[in-house]
Design a binder for this molecule. Structure first.
Ligand code: ZN
Ligand code: ZN
Length: 444
């Protein structure tokens, strides 16, 4: 059956709007909307039927009547009037497949615009839901006419709505990482929004000890708030996470934040140098076009002399994964070590050679065993330098693979870390001050 014969067969049986007729031939012709396909098919059939009618071929008037009724064709109706033929009265009022929803698309767009007004976004994606009965009806229709060039009603709605939203808002449709997912049901006119998170990356320095990286909940009430924690639910009143995230949450008018960082320093260690990479994820932000330079100043003013953030910039979700992967990135530490017995330069000197270029066997430290699995890991030391500063104190600088527990590298952790400074010198030792000097990682 050729295209026109098939078109006529469809229209003889069902009323179809231009979109729904054209959609059955969607893969024919390129750069053309289905509505124009449908309109052209109906028009071509009308011309053919007119020619037949003028040659007194009875098929001509028959076809014109089909087009006038089930094809909603005004040209066919005018043609019949001209030929002084009866225009068929029908009980058909709307398209069999879409129930005329394509014709009501502008009111749907208004609903979308109202709903999205509350959010700042640059990219969006329209997702379409249609009732099961609608999808099944079209499947049966396609099967009965052996449609081989068609597309689905869902697909067409998605494309048509997407183009209209683009035209109305000036925003871009993006299939991969849209700021906003607009989920529309053209049949119920229900519009849902899925607001994707906003990701802000940066680096932080922690200038003081005794501020944890992330919120540390009160162990007594586990965050609910009790008399021990003064109702805050927190063991430590402040954290890097809160100091950096709160101003972002407020500016973005989001629902909540998650803080992601590349590893963490001990609570009593400072984080110096150029800082540690982090990403703040803001859920359901209403504002996205933030002035990050101003926000950086706000954060740093609020966290003055405690925490400092830098290089704030917008980023994407995949950077969070890269941050986690980079936990093993090289780190540089500086530690003040205290020995039980006096040490000499001659004692300390060989340490540099012994430990530089050495792989350390480290069993999960006793102090973190309550929250980490007990296993032995190997971590490499790239460089180690040590300098005596008093009879029982030395300054240690070490560059190592991330994930090495430096405190245990010094103390030996009752034989769980091998080799260790204490073991090599046969002199019990511990770190009394620790700073992270560098997290060696490219900014994403
Ligand atoms: Zn239709
Ligand atoms: Zn509490």
């Amino acid at each position: 059956m050729d295209v026109l014969e098939k078109t006529l067969a469809m229209l003889e049986k069902y009323p179809l709007c231009d979109n729904c007729l054209g959609r059955q031939f969607a893969l024919l012709g390129y750069g053309l909307e289905n509505s124009r396909r449908g309109e052209s098919l109906k028009l071509t059939l009308t011309l053919q039927a007119s020619a037949q009618a003028s040659e007194k071929n009875i098929q001509g008037v028959k076809t014109l009547k089909v087009l006038a009724a089930n094809g909603f064709s005004q040209t066919a109706q005018a043609m019949l009037r001209h030929l002084k033929k009866r225009i068929p009265k029908t009980d058909v009022e709307s398209c069999f497949l879409c129930e005329d929803r394509f014709q009501q698309i502008d009111s749907l767009i208004q609903k979308v615009l109202e709903k999205t007004q509350a959010y700042e976004f640059s990219t969006f994606l329209v997702g379409v839901e249609v009732p099961v009965a609608v999808a099944e009806r079209e499947d049966e229709f396609k099967a009965s006419f052996n449609v081989g060039y068609g597309e689905s009603i869902k697909h067409e709605f998605g494309r048509v709505l997407g183009k209209k939203v683009e035209a109305e808002t000036g925003k871009t449709a993006d299939y991969r990482k849209p700021d906003l997912m607009i989920i529309v049901n053209p049949f119920t006119e229900h519009v849902k929004l899925q607001v994707n998170p906003l990701f802000v990356a940066g680096r932080y320095r922690k200038l003081v000890r005794d501020i944890p990286q992330s919120k540390w909940f009160c162990s007594n009430c586990r965050g609910r708030g009790c008399s021990q924690c003064g109702g805050t639910g927190l063991l430590y009143p402040e954290s890097v996470e809160e100091l950096a995230s709160k101003p972002l949450l407020e500016a973005a008018q989001g629902e909540k934040t998650s803080f992601h960082a590349s590893g963490r320093e001990d609570i009593d260690a400072r984080m110096l140098g150029s800082g540690r990479p982090f990403v703040v994820e803001v859920s359901k932000p209403k504002k996205r076009f933030l002035d990050l330079k101003a926000l950086q100043e706000t954060i740093n003013a609020g966290a003055k002399d405690k925490v400092e953030v830098s290089r704030l910039r917008f980023t994407q979700r995949d950077v969070v994964r890269k941050l986690k992967k980079a936990e093993n990135a090289q780190k540089e530490y500086r530690a003040l070590v205290q020995f039980e017995h006096e040490v000499s330069d001659a004692d300390l000197q060989p340490l540099e050679q012994t430990l530089t270029g050495t792989t350390i066997q480290q069993q999960t430290p006793i102090r973190v065993m309550h929250r980490r699995a007990d296993l032995t890991r190997e971590r490499y030391i790239y460089k180690l330098k040590v300098k005596k500063i008093s009879p029982k104190e030395a300054l240690l600088e070490v560059r190592c693979q991330g994930g090495l527990y430096v405190k245990e590298l010094v103390s030996g952790d009752e034989g769980r870390t091998v080799p260790s400074v204490a073991e090599l010198l046969k002199n019990p030792a511990k770190i009394i001050k620790l700073d992270v000097l560098k997290v060696i990682m490219e900014d994403q």
